[in-house]
Design a protein around this ligand. Structure first.
Ligand SMILES: Cc1cc2nc3c(=O)[nH]c(=O)nc-3n(C[C@H](O)[C@H](O)[C@H](O)COP(=O)(O)O)c2cc1C
Length: 182
């Protein structure tokens, strides 16, 4: 019997042109796209016009991403480490997902990248806390990429086998979790 279709929303955590977060996200997306019965919806804040909540009530963009998350079976959230935390772009996406949040009850996997040697540990811990706070089911295993400019080249190729395996594995882990629990 074919498995139930799974739709993964991948949230890109930055709007920076040439972003390494996006390079790592693209690798995870490539892996997700290779899985049977899985479709991917990429939510890229660079392509959206998201307000700070309170400046305006729901806009077309915030309604659009809330609907896309509602339609997702699971979410892969990606973030750079910016000043020891998640990016403001990612927080703005999360804040536009409503209060209560459309992330509530969704399985969420986390992927963070950083220029520094300790990786995206701080941003991932904070992101776990935010996602748990809004009621998401955060997978225990996160992927943190340290020294990201060394392991990805400008074209987005990963030159470290172990890192590539971990980044590809985060999407697979999310899909496995969804299949085991649905
Ligand atoms: C505003 C800003 C703050 C940053 N803060 C940190 C930091 O606290 N720790 C770190 O390892 N790298 C830091 N970086 C470097 C990023 O982690 C690095 O650019 C990495 O490539 C991920 O970001 P990107 O998706 O914009 O490429 C910072 C970069 C920017 C633009």
């Amino acid at each position: 019997m074919p498995a139930n279709p799974i739709r993964i929303a991948v949230i890109i955590g930055t709007v920076r042109p040439g972003s390494y977060t996006k390079k790592a996200a693209n690798l995870a997306i490539q892996e997700l796209n290779s899985l049977d019965g899985v479709t991917v919806d990429v939510i890229d804040p660079a392509e959206l016009d998201l307000p700070f909540p309170g400046v305006e009530s729901a806009t077309a963009s915030s309604n659009d991403i809330q609907e896309r998350i509602q339609n997702a079976t699971g979410v892969l959230m990606t973030t750079p480490e910016y000043h020891g935390s998640v990016s403001s772009a990612l927080k703005c996406v999360i804040e536009n997902l409503g209060f209560p949040s459309t992330l509530a009850g969704k399985p969420v996997a986390l992927l963070g990248v950083a220029a520094g040697v300790i990786g995206a540990i701080k941003s991932l811990e904070q992101l776990r806390s935010i996602c748990s706070h809004v009621g998401a089911m955060v997978l225990p295993g996160v992927v943190s990429v340290a020294g990201v400019q060394r392991v990805f080249d400008e074209e987005g190729r990963c030159n470290d086998e172990g890192t590539e395996k971990r980044v590809r594995g985060i999407g697979r882990a999310l899909v496995d979790y969804i299949r085991q629990t649905s």
